[in-house]
Design a protein around this ligand. Structure first.
Ligand SMILES: Cc1ncc(COP(=O)(O)O)c(C=O)c1O
Length: 363
C-alpha cells in the first residue's frame, strides 16, 4: 500500500535515529538540555526571530502564541479554513477567550482590505486583536503566500494595531518553493510556528519563535499546557538533524507532487497542476459524483491511500519516503480507480455526500 494521505506519515530515517540515540540530554524544564538549547538558538536564527521555544506539537505552539499575543474577548481574524480555526478543537476560544472570525480567501490567502473591513466592523466589546496567516496553507492545498501579498497583509495589520501570528507548520515547504529563506516570512510576524513532524521527517516536535520577552511568557504556557518535558534532547536532536538534512530536499517532494498532478490531469482527472506549488495535490471529486470517503475507498482498492483536503477535495501528499516509483504506481492506480466516473458529476441532482464529516481526521 502506498500511503499518500499526509506528510505526517514520515518516519525517522536511520540517520535521524542515530542522531537521536547519540543526543546529549539534560532536564529541559530546568533549561539544562543542551540539545534543546541549541535547537532553540538555531531555530530562532532561521526564523528571523530573537528567541524560540521547543514544544511537542504545532497545535500547542499556535495556542501558546495566541495566549501570549492576545487578551480574552478579542477577535482572531484568519482565512476561514485556517488550521487554527477548524482543526484545533476550538482552542483559541477555549484557551484564550478569542472570538474566531473566518474570512473567505483565495488559495488560503486574505486581502488587506478584508482585514481592514473586519477590524472596522469590530466594536470595543470584541475588538480585532490578531491576524493569523498560514504558510503553506494546508486546506488550500499547500499553497504558498507570495512575499508581496504576505507583507501587505502584515503591514495592514500593523497599521491597525493588530498582532500577527504565522502558522508556518510547513513554512520550510513555502520557503523552498518560493526560493527564499524562511526568515524572510518569519521576521515579519510577531510569532511563528513550525512543525517538524511533517515534511521534515521527525517523529514529533515543533518550534514557537518570537521576541525574547514573549518567549519568557511562552514558557509559562509550556507549563500550563503540559508541554514542559525532561530529556527532550532526544527529540531536539532529530529536529537539528532535520534542519541540516531535510529542508533542501523538500524540493524533491514538490517535484514529485507536480509530476503526479500532471500525470493525473493528463489522464482526465479533475486536478489542476497549476495549483500544485508544494507537496499537496487537490483532487476535486465533486465532478466525479462521489464523496471524499467514496473516492478514498475506490483508490484504496487499487493500493493507494489518499486523504481529505477539504469538503469535496481529496488530498494526495508527497513526503520523505515517497519515491519516484510510488509516483509512477500512483499515476496509474488512481485513474484506474476513478476514470470510469468521469462525466458522472451529479450536477443539478442532489448534492453529493461530501462534507467535513465525511473526511477522516488527517492533517
Ligand atoms: C497548518 C497546520 N498547522 C498546525 C498543525 C498542527 O500540527 P500538530 O499535529 O503538530 O499539532 C497542522 C497539522 O497538520 C497544520 O497542518
Amino acid at each position: 500500500m502506498i500511503d499518500l494521505r499526509s506528510d505526517t506519515a514520515t518516519k525517522p530515517s536511520p540517520g535521524m535515529r542515530s542522531a537521536m540515540a547519540a543526543a546529549e540530554v539534560g532536564d529541559e524544564q530546568l533549561r539544562e538540555d543542551p540539545t534543546v538549547n541549541e535547537l532553540q538558538r538555531r531555530a530562532a536564527e532561521l526564523l528571523g526571530q530573537e528567541s524560540a521555544l521547543f514544544l511537542p506539537t504545532a497545535t500547542m505552539a499556535n495556542q501558546i502564541a495566541l495566549k501570549v499575543l492576545t487578551q480574552p474577548g478579542g477577535q482572531l481574524l484568519a482565512e476561514e479554513r485556517t488550521h487554527i480555526l477548524i482543526f484545533e478543537a476550538g482552542g483559541p476560544a477555549v484557551h484564550s477567550g478569542l472570538v474566531m472570525h473566518g474570512l473567505p480567501g483565495v488559495a488560503g490567502r486574505i486581502l488587506p482590505q478584508q482585514v481592514r473591513a473586519a477590524a472596522s466592523a469590530a466594536d470595543e466589546l470584541q475588538p480585532a486583536s490578531i491576524v493569523v496567516l498560514e504558510n503553506t496553507h494546508r486546506s488550500a492545498g499547500g499553497r504558498v503566500w507570495p512575499m508581496d501579498e504576505f507583507s501587505e497583509v502584515v503591514a495592514t495589520a500593523r497599521e491597525l494595531g493588530l498582532a500577527v501570528h504565522l502558522d508556518g507548520a510547513r513554512l520550510f515547504n513555502a520557503a523552498v518553493a518560493a526560493g527564499r529563506p524562511a526568515s524572510e516570512y518569519g521576521r515579519l510576524a510577531d510569532s511563528v510556528t513550525v512543525c517538524f513532524s511533517k515534511g521534515l521527517g521527525c517523529p514529533l516536535g515543533a518550534i514557537l519563535a518570537t521576541s525574547q520577552e514573549r518567549i519568557e511568557q511562552a514558557w509559562r504556557g509550556k507549563f500550563l499546557f503540559g508541554g514542559a518535558l525532561r530529556q527532550a534532547g532526544m527529540v531536539a536532536a532529530a529536529m537539528l538533524y532535520a534542519l541540516e538534512n531535510n529542508v533542501a530536499r523538500l524540493a524533491e517532494d514538490h517535484a514529485r507532487a507536480a509530476r503526479l498532478a500532471r500525470g493525473l490531469a493528463e489522464r482526465g482527472l479533475p486536478v489542476d497542476p497549476d495549483t500544485v506549488e508544494t507537496n499537496f495535490i487537490g483532487l476535486d471529486v465533486e465532478p466525479l459524483g462521489i464523496s471524499v470517503r467514496e473516492a478514498q475507498e475506490l483508490i484504496e482498492r487499487e493500493g493507494v491511500l489518499v486523504g481529505g483536503l477539504r469538503p469535496g477535495v481529496v488530498r494526495i501528499a508527497t513526503y520523505l519516503g515517497v519515491t519516484d516509483d510510488d509516483v509512477d504506481t500512483a499515476v496509474e492506480a488512481i485513474p484506474r480507480a476513478l476514470t470510469h466516473l468521469i462525466g458522472n458529476g451529479r450536477h443539478g441532482a442532489a448534492a453529493p455526500s461530501v462534507g467535513s464529516a465525511a473526511v477522516p481526521r488527517d492533517r
